[in-house]
Design a protein around this ligand. Structure first.
Ligand code: NAI
Ligand code: UGA
Length: 440
């Protein structure tokens, strides 16, 4: 059992803290946001993540997990300090290291002589772990031994706990073998393959992994755009490609493009990191451009269908950037809604859990529906922006029943073309033939 402090109770900090507590370590999570700590002490998770509340409650009860906003109550007693604070995007696309620097200074101000290993979980530009070391040194009041190790995080929102306990690999980037072994020992009960490397490589593995997955998505979206023009069906094309084990089926789902708190931010950051060493990352620049244009392609289909969108009652099904999360950061739904509003459409939206976030973004510029049926009622057109189970499995007869005449712009390819035809629905999707019903 080791004593661990986790700095930051966002997605990564909370999941890291809770999972380390679950395997028997004594974990204190600290945050500068007092309201989060207050909630967490009462067992309330500030984020929506399946299974997380149970794990928080369980580990609070067992005494393995504590929450505080006072670093002095945690850092001096810890053998490991995980940094899991945010690294948001600056205006120019580069990563903002303000929170990282603040966390490093806090660590330096409270570090004791336990030969503590600082473990960086946050996604940080190559070279940052070296800077963290310097920032900590600059804040120390005496000569105190410590080490800084890179340990990037690969979890996905919505399946974060499973991703942690069944991770493909744990990457540990260290300049010192003993520190690397100590971090590896922490994770031993999880029985996950460990890959050891130096800090710079570990930092780059994180950005390269996200950028590669983003590239797969933009690639398949381009093939989808091509499929539409060539009469191919993207579902079959992606499936047929994925049968080659060298390609694999994962991340070949065409749609509205990638959103979320990380792919857009990290692809932009990697372009900046490359630029910093005089390398123009043209491939990644194109990936980003394709992604920005993808939701507009579906909107254009609506413009072509109706001529003008002025006054059109529009239902948006799904707001979150993907299912099983209430996160709307960089969600394709935002692009869709902003463009629809600009074109004069009247928008109402439904999402099982993300409406609260939407309210902060759109206020009363759109309406919020309490159910799918209410959202679709008397609508001229419906956009499917997130493939929540209840949206994906919604019978097409509900669209027929609720809408004026069912016209669906499906950004997540939830239905088969045959089904849409059977229900006599004007059905537009991504990378497939349009199914238009000629009204008598
Ligand atoms: N969200 C995700 O699914 C993943 C995120 N990452 C990376 O992990 C990092 C954290 O991401 P999120 O958890 O989403 O961030 P977040 O922004 O949701 O949470 C960060 C938390 O850190 C707290 N914080 C800021 N400064 C602090 C300090 N000095 N001391 C203590 N707490 C402090 C904030 O109040 C906030 O609660 C980012 O670098 C992100 O790129 C990596 C993999 C997955
Ligand atoms: O660094 C991060 O924060 C994380 O970013 C992603 O995780 P996440 O953003 O939670 O979600 P994903 O499931 O990867 O989906 C990202 C976006 O890509 C889209 N996507 C995904 C897969 C696909 O085939 N097609 C597709 O359009 C999703 O709709 C979503 O908008 C990575 O998958 C994680 O490994 C990484 O740790």
């Amino acid at each position: 059992m080791s004593r661990v402090t986790v700095m930051g109770t966002g997605y990564v900090g909370l999941i890291t803290g809770v999972c380390l507590a679950e395997i028997g370590h004594s974990v204190t999570c600290i945050d500068i946001a007092p309201e989060k700590i207050e909630q967490l002490r009462r067992g309330i998770s500030p984020i929506f993540e399946p299974g997380l509340t149970d794990l928080i409650e369980e580990n609070l009860r067992s005494g393995n997990l504590w929450f505080t906003n006072k670093p002095e109550e945690a850092i001096p007693q810890s053998e490991f300090i995980f940094i899991a604070v945010g690294t948001p995007q600056r205006e120019d696309g580069s990563a903002d290291l303000t929170y990282i620097q603040q966390a490093a200074k806090t660590i330096g101000a409270h570090l004791s002589i336990l030969n503590t290993v600082i473990v960086t979980k946050s996604t940080v530009p190559v070279g940052t772990n070296g800077k963290i070391e310097e920032w900590i040194k600059d804040s120390l009041h005496a000569t105190i031994p410590f080490d800084v190790v890179s340990n990037p995080e690969f979890l996905r929102e919505g399946s974060a706990i499973q991703d942690t306990f069944q991770a493909d690999r744990i990457v540990i980037g260290s300049e010192n073998e003993e520190s690397a072994q100590r971090v590896a020992a922490l994770y031993e009960p999880m029985n996950i393959p460990i890959f050891n490397t130096n800090r710079e490589s570990a930092e780059l593995i994180k950005y390269a992994s996200n950028a590669f997955l983003a590239t797969k998505i933009s690639f398949i979206n381009e093939i989808a755009n091509l499929s539409e023009k060539l009469g191919a069906d993207i579902s079959d094309v992606a499936y047929g490609m994925g049968l080659d084990h060298r390609i694999g089926t994962a991340f070949l789902k065409a749609g509205l493009g990638y959103g979320g708190s990380c792919f857009p931010k990290d692809t932009n950051a990697l372009v900046q990191i490359a630029g910093g060493v005089d390398h123009r990352f043209e491939l990644l620049e194109s990936v980003i451009k394709v992604n920005q244009q993808q939701p507009l392609k579906l909107l254009n289909k609506a413009v072509q269908h109706f001529g003008s969108l002025q006054g059109k009652e529009t239902a948006i099904l799904g707001l979150a950037f993907k299912p099983n999360t209430d996160d709307m950061r960089e969600a394709a739904s935002i692009t869709l809604i902003e463009h629809l509003l600009a074109a004069g459409a009247k928008v109402r939206a439904y999402d099982p859990i993300a409406a609260g976030h939407a309210q902060k973004i759109f206020g009363d510029r759109i309406e919020y529906s309490g159910s799918i049926e209410e959202c679709l009622h008397q609508a001229d057109m419906a956009f499917i922006a997130t493939e929540w189970e209840e949206i994906k499995l919604l019978p097409l007869s509900i669209y027929q029943k609720q809408m004026k005449h069912p016209v669906i712009f499906d950004g997540r390819n939830c239905y088969s073309l045959a089904e849409a035809e059977r229900h006599q629905i004007d059905y537009y999707s991504i990378g497939r033939k349009t199914s238009t019903f000629i009204r008598k």
